[in-house]
Ligand binder design. Sequence first.
Ligand code: BGC
Length: 251
Amino acid sequence: MSTILGIDIGGSGIKANLVDTATGELRAERFKLPTPDPSLPQEVAAVVGKMVEHFQYQGPVGCTFPAIVKDGVTLSAANVHKSWIGCRAAELFGSVTGQQVLVVNDADAAGVAEVAFGAARERSGVVVILTLGTGIGSAVFLDGRLLPNTEFGHLQFAGHESVEDWAAASVKDTENLSWAAWASRLDAFLQHLDKVLSPDLIVLGGGVSRKWEKWAHGLTVDVEVVPAALRNEAGIVGAAVLAARHFAPDG
Ligand code: BGC
């Protein structure tokens, strides 16, 4: 059972694909639908149901969500509707789809994909992966093993309650910052993470990682920093890999 449906729930879109969890390869055309607005649990679950129907899929499903997720329950809601706090998301998606669904944090899933198949492949030591989008997601690995739900985007920094309100990629647009101005904010945050974690590698993902040459030269932090390799599909791939490990640990 190595082909598993991965679903990536984001603030603006929900996308899915079949993933070969042994190789990370995508097995079909990606299917994407807009995230309902407001992003209420029932409405989002209905879209998750459509994803499963679209692929006529039966089997375990891996699904990301942009929040703290413990035992299938979403425990925060920074960029989604507040009614997700305390929502039994895995149960809800399971009842709508009729399949077993593992729900995981989106950045953790993206990180798992980068460690398994991407920019952090075969890297030992402490690896930090940040996803730069509407918010800042984080995933931390020690010798390839995930420390889940780190939420570095919600560290207080530079006078902000959450550093993502100051340094996420979306802030570049909302505040009309130049690449250099935005990169210097990100750099200050990376320096802070270096001070407290001494990572061996930092991987930066999210849409801005595709424009790496426009801003990466603005980073001065004394750590190896590389762009994510899987880009857009990392969440889908990581969710499927985590579901494979969770539901069929020997298969
Ligand atoms: C959420 C995280 C998520 C990140 C990226 C943050 O606002 O709290 O759980 O990983 O955004 O989507």
